[in-house]
Design a protein around this ligand. Structure first.
Ligand code: SAM
Length: 235
């Protein structure tokens, strides 16, 4: 394994929400299960990317398995990668219980995972890249490009800011108010930590990062000023 230089960003230190804490992981699964439909999300990604039974995929920041767990029976193999031992253990347990055998787990991240196998057909990553500052996002995207077959796909979904910067305070407050209206105070806490301590960035910066890293856009979709889904292919 290559030695990590001292100046490299430490992606294991968990900026913002502390996903190394098992209690945080349990509560993450609980709140997200209530607010999201993991099965439907996965079906939509499988369809958008065109994933088939012969494909190999890397899921970066797999977390509790929102994608990995539901996509395992739709492809040949998934490499599930996450910096958090607690998240990986949760995902592993879920897969083991369901007798899923085509997932390999790696405690690593965008900057440290070494893909010692053939380039994959696709990389999927959801709500994870914002843990890196922008320069390191670019380093990460270049690393991802090297792990994908030529013409292979990158599906990235994350919190990306597309609101009008002149009204950023109002936009953030509106977003927080929406979650409070849904009665979800734990989610509110996570959003506040997200905005103040994590590295979500602007839409135009993200698009330039993909392009600079060697990807060509197929589709992008911005929602509510805070969410983005991107489908790119490797040139
Ligand atoms: C908000 S959760 C998203 C989990 C899952 N993808 C989902 O859709 O629910 C973010 C995940 O990214 C992981 N993570 C944080 N920094 C990372 C990095 N540099 N590389 C890979 N995963 C990272 C965290 O440990 C956590 O499991």
């Amino acid at each position: 394994m290559a030695k990590t230089p001292k100046w490299q960003y430490d992606e294991f230190k968990h900026c913002g929400v502390d996903f190394s804490n098992p209690a945080e992981v349990e509560s993450y699964e609980e709140t997200h299960r209530q607010m999201r439909d993991f099965k439907k999300e996965t079906q939509d990604i499988v369809k958008a990317v065109g994933i088939s039974g012969k494909d190999t995929i890397i899921d970066f920041g797999c977390g509790t398995g929102a994608f990995t767990f539901n996509a395992a029976d739709k492809c040949r193999k998934i490499y599930a990668v996450d910096v958090s031992k607690a998240m990986l253990n949760f995902c592993k347990k879920k897969c083991r219980k369901a007798k899923i055998e085509n997932v390999e787990f790696f405690r690593a991240g965008f900057l440290t995972y070494e893909h010692n196998a053939k380039p994959v057909d696709a990389i999927v990553t959801k709500l994870a890249l914002h843990h890196l500052p922008d320069f390191w996002k670019l380093v990460a995207l270049r690393r991802l490009a090297a792990m994908i077959k030529k013409g292979g796909k990158l599906y990235l979904s994350d919190i990306v800011y597309s609101f009008d910067i002149k009204n950023y305070e109002k936009s953030v407050q509106r977003w927080i108010r929406k979650t409070v209206d849904k009665g979800d105070l734990d989610f509110k806490r996570r959003i506040e930590v997200h905005i103040g301590q994590e590295f979500s960035t602007m839409d135009w910066i993200m698009e330039k990062l993909f392009e600079t890293a060697g990807f060509k856009i197929i589709k992008r979709d911005y929602k509510e000023g805070f969410f983005a889904n991107y489908l790119y292919h490797k040139i």
